[in-house]
Design a protein around this ligand. Structure first.
Ligand code: S3P
Length: 171
């Protein structure tokens, strides 16, 4: 496996609530890299919250913004650590740029049972507002194979502390 310190960008993918932002921030510190939370980058670019974009413009408009922001973030000259949103793998163009050989994509793997205990609907998760269990099941059915498709490495998060997940990502 490639040493993450020698490759371009390190990108975390996986279900909402898998800990991508928390783990990504620590991994970035450890590697001395800039950390980018894709949802936060989208909000900064749009000057609006994720929730507001979903509510006013709809999911498809959010996915457009997500795709253009991801492309720009991965265009950075210096290697960064990126925590993507759980749905970032849905667009084929995103999967194509994630599959480029000079970036390391790590799937923080957690199925709906694991995620349900950890996730809060929260401000940036409008898709979990109504029936989180059903939404997570739907997401898992649609996305597990897409995470698999782009992943260079898979880190199971069940039963692991954040520190252990961080070590596994850095390995
Ligand atoms: C989404 C996950 C969210 C956010 C948006 C859509 C999804 O990010 O991008 O609400 O489709 O799974 P997290 O994975 O950080 O929750």
């Amino acid at each position: 496996m490639t040493d993450p310190a020698t490759v371009d960008h390190l990108v975390l993918v996986g279900m909402t609530g898998a800990g991508k932002s928390t783990v990504g921030r620590i991994v970035a510190e450890r590697l001395g890299r800039r950390f980018v939370d894709l949802d936060a980058a989208i909000e900064a670019r749009a000057g609006r919250t994720v929730r507001d974009i979903f509510a006013v413009d709809g999911e498809s408009a959010f996915r457009d913004l997500e795709a253009s922001t991801l492309a720009d973030v991965l265009d950075a000259a210096e290697p960064v650590v990126v925590a993507t949103g759980g749905g970032a793998v849905l667009r084929p163009e995103n999967r194509a740029i994630l599959s480029s050989p000079d970036r390391r994509v790590v799937w923080l793997m957690a199925d709906p049972d694991v995620v349900l205990e950890r996730v809060r609907a929260g401000m940036h998760r409008p898709l979990l507002d109504d029936d989180p269990r059903a939404a997570l099941d739907r997401m898992w059915a649609e996305r597990a194979s897409l995470y698999q498709e782009v992943a260079d490495a898979i880190v199971m998060i069940e039963g692991r502390s954040i520190a252990e997940v961080v070590e596994a990502v850095l390995r």
